[in-house]
Design a protein around this ligand. Structure first.
Ligand SMILES: NC(=O)c1ccc[n+]([C@@H]2O[C@H](COP(=O)([O-])OP(=O)(O)OC[C@H]3O[C@@H](n4cnc5c(N)ncnc54)[C@H](OP(=O)(O)O)[C@@H]3O)[C@@H](O)[C@H]2O)c1
Length: 288
């Protein structure tokens, strides 16, 4: 009962639907950071964007040691300075660092760049050469030391997750958008059955051709919103999904935060299904 009351209070506080991820309520719309920290001339804008996102309730920030080779984590560190308590921080380790010793050193480097003492959720970026058991041991040691609160994986297909067979794996972060919906056949329903939230990356198709598809524009016009907002609401129609669009432009951040409130109806979904076919058979997991 107390849990339900706390959940409702949190929901009302920032007005955004939340989901339980690694034991914490997080908003279903978060913030991505790929390509941040690559150009020093963009740095101030990127820091401001992440802070604006926090103000809008986009409290989950997704980053990785890979992004800008540490540059994105440095930008995140600056953006969350003095606001660490507001943020649910996700970062990722390179597969070539995912040995017991390697993961320890990689995490410590990330923490330094992030200017904080704990990562809330630390993910294996994709599967590499180290045995999964070794990577899990590395994650567990970091958890015992309090350097991470929870761990998970990224770019794992269903067979990888089944081989992992780890109840402590908090999430699987994968490509999911209207153009890449193969996971609806098997991976997504499996994660839903396991109550393992799925973090959908590139939910806007990296703002490419997908957003110009006429069906998307038509649904957007019906609701008086943008195509990007429809794309986010479409992914969020699935229970257990968190979207992590990356945005620097202030209007984009506002639109992304507002997209959570958009509800698509049967007619909208049928139109989108006709333009972006749902999978009819198993498809290998796509990666970007
Ligand atoms: N685990 C993995 O292997 C993996 C792989 C790829 C990505 N990711 C994560 O997922 C995040 C999202 O993916 P992504 O950054 O590749 O692609 P994305 O979020 O699909 O697209 C980002 C692009 O969309 C634009 N945009 C944002 N909001 C918009 C809006 N409301 N209307 C129109 N355009 C909008 C952004 O422009 P502005 O920036 O100019 O606002 C940017 O150009 C990444 O940043 C990263 O954190 C993880």
């Amino acid at each position: 009962m107390l849990q339900i009351v706390i959940w409702i209070v949190k929901l009302l506080e920032n007005g955004m639907r939340t989901i339980e991820l690694a034991g914490t309520q997080v908003p279903v719309v978060g913030q991505g950071t790929w390509h941040m920290g690559e150009d020093p001339r963009q740095r101030a804008q990127e820091v401001a964007a992440l802070r604006q996102g926090l103000d809008l309730g986009l409290r989950l920030i997704d980053t990785a040691e890979m992004y800008g080779e540490g540059g994105a984590e440095t930008v995140v560190g600056e953006a969350i300075a003095g606001r660490r308590d507001e943020v649910f921080l996700v970062s990722k380790v390179y597969p070539h660092n995912a040995s017991v010793q390697g993961i320890q050193a990689a995490c410590e480097r990330s923490l330094k760049r992030l200017r904080c003492e704990r990562i809330d959720l630390y993910l294996l970026h994709w599967r590499g050469r180290y045995p999964l058991a070794e990577t899990i041991e590395g994650f567990e040691r970091l958890r015992e030391q309090g350097k991470i609160a929870a761990w998970g994986v990224s770019n794992f297909d269903l067979d990888d997750l089944q081989e992992l067979a780890a109840p402590d794996c908090a999430t699987n972060q994968v490509l999911y958008n209207l153009e890449a919906r193969g996971i609806e056949f098997d991976l997504l329903p499996w994660q839903q059955r396991q109550c393992m939230p799925l973090m959908a990356y590139c939910p806007l198709g990296q703002a490419g051709a997908m957003l110009c598809e006429p069906a998307l524009s038509e649904v957007a016009a019906r609701h008086g919103v943008t195509s990007a907002q429809v794309a986010l609401a479409w992914a969020l129609r699935q229970p257990g999904v968190i979207v992590i669009p990356k945005a620097v432009r202030p209007q984009h951040l506002q639109d992304n935060a507002a997209a959570e409130a958009l509800r698509l109806n049967e007619e909208d979904l049928a139109l989108l299904d006709a333009a972006f076919m749902p999978p009819r058979r198993k498809q290998s997991l796509e990666m970007v």
